[in-house]
Write a protein that binds this ligand. Structure first.
Ligand code: COA
Ligand code: MG
Length: 290
């Protein structure tokens, strides 16, 4: 499982050159350069060229750069992947994936486009059918570049007619299923967007809810949302203190070879040590210089 922080994943329309430039100074962990739903059909080709230029131009520091392509079933999908392959972003995000076969096809398209094996493939989980194939989709991580699920709850709401009211009660099942399948295969899991840009308090509540479900971070649509996601999804001081105590305790000579010990009065097993090590690695990566 990656220790790369993915607390804040900011979408920006590939057609918006100003946003692509502004992103170089924004403290988002991940930039999702979009060629799909935020780009009108007439602007698809121009956006693709702009995104390629931006990625080749660099200047994004340690931010993870992911290009969201159009689906392979659209007139633009394959050309998007070929263009992205020439620009060498960290990875590709594919929309509306509903089956394992699609993941394999995407991975093959990435290879054909010249993406290295180290590039990552993220997929949007946003169709009703994806939730019935979710285990098989996640299991593609064993044989492809698949490394993250991104929830697309606006699309899911459109397809299902569910509403994001009442603390997203209608989305509990999708929120759970996606994170369970992701964790079963060691994938990152990123929550959907919060549309009301002006509602900072609402965003914080929803970030906390995503965190409680187990998500690593949230997809965002506006720079004003970054700080909230960064702070909610960062390991807390208490969590880090506990993690460091667990690591230190297991490292003591008298605890060598033990599977379970007591740390500050609470039980700690090897599974806690594993999680503590990941948490400290995430915190170190957050602190690393740009
Ligand atoms: N990424 C980077 N920069 C962004 C941004 C984003 N997602 N959204 C806004 N900005 C920039 C603007 O360019 C503007 O920059 P400036 O101060 O240099 O002029 C600044 O932040 C303030 O923007 P603001 O005026 O508040 O918003 P807007 O009216 O220009 O744009 C949206 C509002 C919703 C159109 C815009 O935020 C957006 O396109 N979001 C992403 C949408 C998207 O990608 N959706 C697909 C996935 S759901
Ligand atoms: Mg979508």
């Amino acid at each position: 499982m990656s220790a790369r922080p993915r607390r804040s994943c900011l979408y920006m329309p590939g057609a918006n050159v100003k946003a692509l430039e502004k992103a170089k100074t924004l403290p988002a962990d991940v930039l999702l350069l979009d060629l799909e739903d935020s780009v009108a059909p007439e602007a698809k080709e121009a956006a693709r060229a702009q995104v390629v230029n931006a990625v080749k131009g660099g200047g994004y520091g340690k931010r993870e750069i992911i290009v969201r392509a159009n689906a392979l079933a659209t007139p633009w999908g394959r050309d998007d992947i070929v263009a992205a392959g020439s620009a060498k972003p960290d990875g590709l995000l594919a929309p509306k994936v509903s089956s394992a076969e699609e993941v394999v096809a995407l991975d093959n398209a990435m290879t054909a486009a010249g993406f290295p094996d180290t590039a990552t493939l993220w997929v949007m989980i946003e169709t009703p059918r994806a939730f019935f194939n979710i285990a098989e989709i996640a299991a593609c991580a064993r044989k492809t570049r698949l490394s993250a699920f991104v929830l697309g709850l606006n699309d899911l709401a459109k397809e299902t007619r569910a509403r994001a009211t009442n603390g997203r009660a209608a989305f509990y099942a999708p929120l759970s299923l996606a994170v369970l399948a992701a964790r079963a295969e060691g994938l990152s899991a990123i929550d959907g967007v919060f549309n009301d840009i002006a509602d900072g308090a609402g965003l914080e509540v929803e970030c906390r809810q995503g965190l409680e479900f187990g998500y690593d971070g949230k997809t965002l649509i506006h720079p004003s949302q970054i700080e909230t996601a960064n702070s909610v999804f960062a390991p807390s001081e208490e969590e880090l203190a506990r993690a460091r105590a667990v690591i230190a305790a297991f490292a003591l000579p008298e605890n060598a070879g033990k599977g379970v010990i007591k740390v500050d009065g609470k039980m700690a097993e090897l599974l806690h040590l594993e999680e503590a090590t990941r948490l400290v690695a995430v915190a170190d990566a957050i602190e690393a210089p740009a």
